[in-house]
Each structure stands twice: as structure tokens, then as C-alpha cells.
Ligand binder design. Structure first.
Ligand code: NDP
Length: 397
């Protein structure tokens, strides 16, 4: 019987546990480990008869993760802790020759870089250890990369432009809250935007924009028109390497006015800072303090209504003719909560994490080294999405 080690017991971790239990024939015994045992206990209590063991680990310490992997004889590690732990967990997987999967690129706590460089640099070591590392197996990155690979495989000879369109029309009733870890979320949206395009000489270049400088109104099926703002998002870094003939790629995300106003105010007063400041003789990091004040994203589930719609719009050439398609997935927050006790953003991240791990354990996705999602055959992943709660649609535009 297999043993699946899941590290991280937040909103996403909870969904991963639920979906692995639903697919117990593949995942076998589940070991859920996190920094605090309390959060693991809450998740374990969702089940009466599932084979789940809970453990504590400080995943910032490679040796602790090595000991955890060895003691539970894990066949795979699903990392749904925070991006800060990616490298230590990857190194523990190399040391123990255990396949690895995550949902977000590595970040240093002091400086957000939004890049795969340090994870890609471990490719050789993964090869030497004879194991697979799957990077970014959430929704975006994750399913969106697979949508691009699927479009490339079935709909185009060459894709020229891609817009990734991410809409969360969920309402949690708070004036301001983030749908996943506040530090990670607020860093992402308060940073300068960036998109990639080929210049007249055919060279790819990144064009930087001010935060929220570029906006388009997009009509999201089953939701309606929403202001969508250009952001940098990590999946673009790998997609520009792997999608044939690409001339431009952009990423857009919706934000409501209340969210934007709060964010602007917090930024103006320095609350999004990630450098230590002195307060009454103590050192505090403003962003960490803000995290303490904001609602825990894992607690938003029971109060969130509305839908998410995330997809890609790809334009290019098929058999000499221009073509434009939209592949998207719509999910209802309340349905997610009914199934997994988690809201839609955690759900749509946790399900692809489970699917990626399932395909690895089944040997349908295999290889040695580190991989981004679009490098693998999209078909089995797309099939699993249909049956695991994330059905998608393709629309010819
Ligand atoms: P949460 O903050 O809800 O949960 C994170 C969990 O990781 C908590 O249980 C936390 O424990 C644990 N953790 C933090 N540090 C450590 C450590 N040093 N050792 C062990 N455990 C630790 O985050 P989410 O569940 O919302 O997000 C999980 C991951 O998913 C993040 O990396 C996020 O960036 C990613 N994500 C990806 C998306 C995608 O589409 N690709 C979308 C949304 C999220 P404790 O509570 O004790 O601190």
C-alpha cells in the first residue's frame, strides 16, 4: 500500500486530504504534517474512518523533513505549506529519493521574486536521484498550464497569444480578506505587473507595468462582466519556454473596488511591508502583523457564496486559418464547501494538486528531473478534472 505525505494543513491542505481520501485506492495511507498539530487535528476530524496519521514538522528545516519522510516511508510528498518551504522540502525529497509536488514557486521570506530559478536549478539533482518533481500543480499555476498544453495539442499548430483570465466572484461578507495566505496574496497583487511579448526582432521581452495599471473588462461565463487587472503570475515564466510560436502572454485577475481601496490604504501606510520595523521595543514585520489581524483564509469557507471562473484565451493558427478559443472552469464556492469544508480558491488549488500526485503515483505522468505542468501530456489531467469536481469547457470565439 502507498503512503502519501501531505505537508501543510491550511485551506489547500484540507482539500488535498479530502480528495486523496476520495481516491484512497491510489493514495493509500495519508500522513498529514504541518507546523502546528492543531490544524492537522481539525482536518482529521472531518473524517470518521479514513486512514490519516497526523504529525508536526518544521518544514523550514530540511533534516526534519528527511526524518519525517523516512519515518513514514512516503511514496510521494505533496507540498501545500507555503512557498518559503519549497527548497527545503525539495532537498529532503532529493536526499530520500522521494517524488515531489508543489503548487507555488519558491519565495524567500524577505524578498518576493516570483521565479522558478532556484527550483529549476535542482533539475540535475532530481535526475541523479531518479525522481520526478512537479512544480506548480494548483489551478494557476497548474490547470492553466495544462489548458495551454491542451490547446497546443488539440486546437493549434501555433499559439500566438495567451491571456490567462482569473475571476473570483465569491463574496465572504468581510470588507477585506484574502482567499489564500495573505502574505503571498498581497505580495502578488501589490507588485508591479509584467507581461511578455516578442519585439520586432523576434526577441522575447518582459514589459513592466505599474500595479493595476492595465485593466480590461472581461465577460466571464456564468458570472458576467468584471474589471480584470494585469498582474505578473508565475506560470508565464515556464509557458514562454514551452508554448510553440508564442508572441505574447498576459495574466488578468478580477478585483472588487473594496479590495483595491483597502489594499491601496494598507500599502500607503506601510502595512504591506515585509521588512522588520521597531514597535515599542519589539521587532515586527508589518505584513505578518496584518496577517494576524485578517480573517484566516481557511475560515472563509462557510461564509463564501458565488463562483470562480479561471481559464485561458488562446489565439493562433490551425491548418493555415486563424482561431481563438477559450478554455475555462467554473466552480461554485458553496459546492466546494459542501464537499470539502473549504472555499473555492482552496478547492480549485487542492484538486489539481491531488490530480498531479495521482498521475505520478499511477505512472501516467513520469520522468526524472523537475517539470512544469505544460511539459506533460495534458489529456489524463484534463480527464481527471472532469471527474474530480473541476469540469471545464471549451468555447470557440
Ligand atoms: P495556509 O496559510 O492556509 O496554510 C499553510 C499551511 O502551511 C499551514 O498549515 C501552516 O501551518 C503550514 N506551514 C507554514 N510554514 C510551515 C513550516 N515551516 N513547516 C510546516 N508547515 C508550515 O495556505 P493555503 O493553504 O491557502 O496555501 C497553501 C499553498 O498553496 C501556498 O503555497 C499557496 O501559495 C499555494 N496556492 C496556490 C494556488 C495555485 O493556484 N497554484 C492558489 C492558492 C494557493 P501553521 O498554520 O502552523 O503556520
Amino acid at each position: 500500500m502507498k503512503t502519501t505525505l501531505i505537508i501543510g494543513a491550511g485551506g489547500v491542505g484540507r482539500v488535498v486530504v479530502h480528495k486523496c481520501v476520495q481516491n484512497a485506492d491510489v493514495f493509500g495511507k495519508i500522513v498529514l504534517a504541518s507546523r502546528s498539530i492543531g490544524r492537522c487535528e481539525i482536518i482529521k476530524n472531518d473524517f470518521t474512518d479514513a486512514d490519516i496519521e497526523i504529525r508536526t514538522v518544521d518544514a523550514d528545516v530540511t533534516q526534519e523533513v528527511i526524518e519525517l519522510i523516512e519515518s513514514c516511508k512516503a511514496d510521494i510528498v505533496i507540498n501545500v505549506a507555503l512557498p518559503y518551504q519549497d527548497l527545503t522540502i525539495m532537498d529532503a525529497c532529493i536526499a530520500t529519493k522521494t517524488p515531489y509536488l508543489d503548487t507555488a514557486n519558491y519565495e524567500h521570506p524577505d524578498e518576493a521574486k516570483f521565479e522558478y530559478k532556484l527550483q529549476w536549478a535542482r533539475d540535475e539533482k532530481f535526475k541523479e536521484a531518479g525522481i520526478m518533481g512537479l512544480l506548480g500543480s494548483g489551478f494557476d499555476p497548474g490547470a492553466t498550464n495544462v489548458f495551454c498544453a491542451y490547446a497546443q495539442k488539440h486546437y493549434f499548430d501555433e499559439i500566438h497569444t495567451i491571456d490567462i483570465m482569473d475571476c473570483n466572484a465569491g463574496d465572504h461578507g468581510y470588507a477585506f480578506a484574502t482567499n489564500f495566505n495573505p502574505e503571498i496574496n498581497l505580495r502578488e497583487v501589490s507588485a508591479n505587473g509584467r507581461y511578455w511579448q516578442k519585439n520586432e526582432d523576434g526577441q522575447g521581452e518582459w514589459i513592466e507595468t505599474k500595479p493595476m495599471e492595465i485593466m480590461q473588462v472581461w465577460d466571464y461565463p456564468e458570472i458576467g462582466e468584471k474589471d480584470s487587472y494585469l498582474l505578473y503570475h508565475e506560470e508565464m515564466e515556464s509557458l514562454v519556454k514551452h508554448i510553440k510560436g508564442l508572441k505574447r502572454i498576459r495574466f488578468f485577475m478580477t478585483f472588487g473596488q473594496s479590495y483595491l481601496t483597502h489594499m491601496k490604504c494598507l500599502e500607503n501606510v506601510g502595512m504591506l511591508g515585509i521588512e522588520e520595523v521597531e514597535h515599542k521595543g519589539q521587532k515586527i514585520v508589518p505584513m505578518e502583523f496584518l496577517k494576524t489581524l485578517l480573517p484566516d483564509p481557511a475560515s472563509l469557507g462557510p461564509r463564501t457564496t458565488g463562483k470562480t471562473n479561471i481559464g485561458i484565451v488562446a489565439e493562433g493558427i490551425k491548418d493555415g486559418k486563424r482561431r481563438k478559443i477559450y478554455i475555462y472552469q467554473v466552480k461554485d464556492h458553496e459546492d466546494c464547501y459542501a464537499e470539502t469544508n473549504s472555499q473555492g480558491v482552496s478547492y480549485s488549488t487542492g484538486v489539481p494538486a491531488m490530480i498531479g500526485a495521482k498521475l505520478m503515483l499511477q505512472g501516467k505522468w513520469s520522468g526524472e528531473g523537475v517539470f512544469n505542468m505544460e511539459e506533460l501530456d495534458p489529456d489524463p489531467f484534463m480527464d481527471e478534472m472532469m471527474s474530480q469536481g473541476l469540469p471545464w469547457q471549451v468555447k470557440e470565439l
